[in-house]
Design a protein around this ligand. Structure first.
Ligand code: CA
Ligand code: CA
Length: 451
């Protein structure tokens, strides 16, 4: 990696020494002043055959953006402006647009640039203390909250959604410059096909108003509704070389209410509501809980034949569950690196209703207490293809392990061994899993691309 970085730096210096052309708008001239390598990266399309997002027409994002729609953004307002100017309507702006994020963009920023708190977004009739007093199962029973306080919470959620859910339209590329961060916001890619997201660090997409779901699980659960990236009703999405984290607001720092953790975070990259043709490559998911939900409903309906996703060369580092959890989709999971086993770890691959996971040559580095038999979890599926996995437990040696055989020896009912399809959209040769700690460990995540 050193040689390309040095080369790019030399080129960047040469380019930056060239006088910029006179431009009417400061934001587009800012794009002109980007390094050669940044401009090259922004114009890149997904390589041919690089996962499901390469199917058919492939994924070009905003690579055809005109100078007018090529922007460098530094805050939430500039990001919304670059996406079309009106957050409520930007999902319909299909003009190609190329957006570079420079520095830290915080979703909790008001129109004058002032920081917003959860209290600023709350409906006047919502108070957490009152909510906890009203809907305590000991008082309210184990039924869904209803009435004025729940209605006030729902209005509060609507306030937050307008503020922190950033709606992305079709034909868009969003690329982070070195050190770029998107904090406290969701990129919502809904009815917006052909989108590329690269080199960004997503931090703490927190929900100020989690919902109490008394019948979720045996004892109820708090649920948040904000993912770091949501892909819905969209095709051809490439998510590459990003980092996903809860930052300085980890789940472990949250209180418990009604005996359950107050969950203010949801997914990192959820693909739901008939979305399909998604490639997630070289991302780093660090210390997160519900990571990647592919398919959100067991209903046998419009998701059938959709939800096709490729995951390759991603690092799952200290995450707890949904790595990914799949319903219906043909999902290719190859050459990923997993480091698992912290407090609260649940499982890696969730085999859901009619799912067809093809897991090949992944490496699992596990705490000594994690049994490889528990890396799979049966959420109502019947089968997956799994081969070439390597496992290292604690200080033990790395070794090949048949995860499916281990699972079937420990659990009932058994899962079948054939997902019923073979991936063909793979650009890179599939590497032996034993190489992944040296390759994916250092190179996955934001701030690794030559910029
Ligand atoms: Ca979600
Ligand atoms: Ca069994």
């Amino acid at each position: 990696m050193r040689a390309p970085l040095i080369g790019a730096t030399v080129i960047a210096v040469l380019v930056s020494a060239t006088p910029a052309a006179a431009a009417p708008r400061p934001d587009t001239s800012a794009a002109d002043r980007l390094s050669w390598s940044a401009r090259h990266l922004g114009r890149q399309a997904l390589p041919e055959r690089d996962g499901w997002a390469a199917e058919g027409t492939g994924t070009t994002g905003g690579s055809a953006a005109t100078p007018e729609r090529t922007r460098v953004v530094h805050d939430r307002a500039e990001l919304v402006d670059a996406l079309g100017g009106d957050n409520a309507g930007n999902a319909a702006d299909a003009t190609p647009k190329l957006i570079y994020v420079d520095g830290a963009v915080d979703g909790f920023t008001g129109p004058e640039g002032t920081p917003l708190s959860c209290a600023d977004l709350a409906d006047p009739a919502y108070q957490l203390d009152a909510y906890l007093a009203a809907y305590d199962p000991a008082v309210w029973g184990r039924v869904a909250p209803a009435g004025p306080l729940e209605e006030a919470r729902v209005r509060s959620v609507a306030n937050q959604t307008r503020q922190t859910q950033i709606n992305v339209g079709p034909n868009t590329t969003i690329v982070g410059l070195h050190g770029a961060r998107l904090t406290g916001l969701t990129l919502m890619i809904d009815r917006a096909s052909n989108v590329i997201v690269r080199n960004l660090t997503f931090v703490d997409a927190r929900d100020c108003f989690p919902a109490w779901s008394p019948t979720d699980g045996d004892t109820g659960n708090w649920n948040s509704q904000y993912d770091q990236i949501s892909v819905r009703r969209s095709e051809h999405v490439w998510v590459d070389h990003n980092t996903f984290t809860d930052g300085d607001n980890p789940d472990s720092a949250q209180p418990s209410y009604f005996g359950r953790p107050y969950q203010v975070h949801d997914g990192s990259l959820d693909v739901t509501h008939t979305a399909s043709f998604v490639t997630a490559s070289w991302n780093r998911f660090t210390g997160r809980d519900k990571l990647m939900l592919i398919g959100s409903s067991n209903t046998v309906g419009p998701d059938v034949g959709r939800l096709k996703v490729t995951l390759h060369h991603n690092l799952f580092d200290g995450d707890l569950q949904r790595l990914p959890r799949v319903r219906f989709g043909q999902v290719d999971v190859y050459n990923n690196l997993y480091r698992l086993g912290g407090d609260g770890f649940q499982y890696a691959l969730g085999v859901g209703v009619q799912s067809a996971i093809y897991a090949q040559n992944n490496f699992f580095s596990l705490d000594a207490g994690v049994d490889p038999a528990d890396l799979l979890y049966d959420w109502g599926g019947t089968t997956l293809t799994e081969r070439g996995s390597w496992v290292r437990q604690g200080a033990g040696p790395a070794r090949p392990v048949d995860l499916l055989a281990a699972y079937n020896a420990a659990h009932e009912p058994d899962l079948g061994a054939d997902a019923g399809w073979t991936p063909t959209l793979r650009r890179d040769p599939v590497l032996p899993a034993a190489l992944l700690p040296l390759l994916v460990g250092p190179l996955a995540g934001a701030d690794r691309l030559p910029l």
